[in-house]
Design a protein around this ligand. Sequence first.
Ligand code: SAM
Length: 281
Amino acid sequence: MSADIFASQPGDEDLLAEIYDLEHDGVVEDLPFWREQARLRGGRVLDLGCGSGRLFPSLLEGGATRLVGIDASAALLRRAEARIAGDPALAAAAADGRLTLLGGDVRALATLNVRERFDLAVAVGVVPHLDGPEDALRLLGGVRSLLARRGRLVLDDLGPAAMPLRDLPLSIDWRRELHGREVVRRSELLRRESPEGLRVAFSTIADAVQPDGTIARLPASHKLWYPSPEALAALVVQAGMVVELSYGSHDLEPLGRESGRRIVVVRYEPAASTSQEERVG
Ligand SMILES: C[S@@+](CC[C@H](N)C(=O)[O-])C[C@H]1O[C@@H](n2cnc3c(N)ncnc32)[C@H](O)[C@@H]1O
């Protein structure tokens, strides 16, 4: 499966990425959580599947001394570059080498030749884009070798209460303005339970009014995977790590069936004799 979520779609990938940000830049509820994570675990931070850099300001404000964002979407990385150029704090961080963008597949981190080790790795909304357990193991194994001593990986995805309980027919999600012109987004969703979690086929159609009054229609489809709690926990262990904490919200509520988020903090499980934590760092 292609790692670039927009290049494989039939429509203009830059317009798709712009519409994506129109929706996602409105998500700010989690930003205090990320500021606090950077403050707590601080230092060197790896933002896996960083998209257009929505989390960058919060991670730097929280105290990240070094921030590396990795994403496979060239269009979203172009938007991240524009975000950096338009924000003096981000631009200063990029200019003095504290903020770096890398194009690449989070399932193949070893191929990116990253020589640093990180105190905090974050992956927000990324696991569902993986194709299943094998992909997840590639991601977890790659992250494991990039974590510093006492480093943590935080996975943040939809929680049990946000899972679709039935197929959702094509309907309008939202109408917004882009450059003063209307965008209408429709979607439909097909779900399938599988032994390793919930599989979702999510298709969207964005109709964006163009300057000449014509409408650009942008269909996109994504295959999503929401691992069951058991599957995720088993994969973490298989990757040589352990789930240290889990939360059901960005206010650190306990994770339960009513939770809208599933936030999982992962750390090394040090080997019995030669601690893995001793080897890296
Ligand atoms: C739901 S978005 C979240 C973006 C960002 N983390 C945020 O919270 O705003 C998922 C991101 O993961 C990226 N992504 C998905 N699969 C990937 C892969 N295999 N390698 C790198 N990035 C990937 C997408 O390009 C997209 O930017």
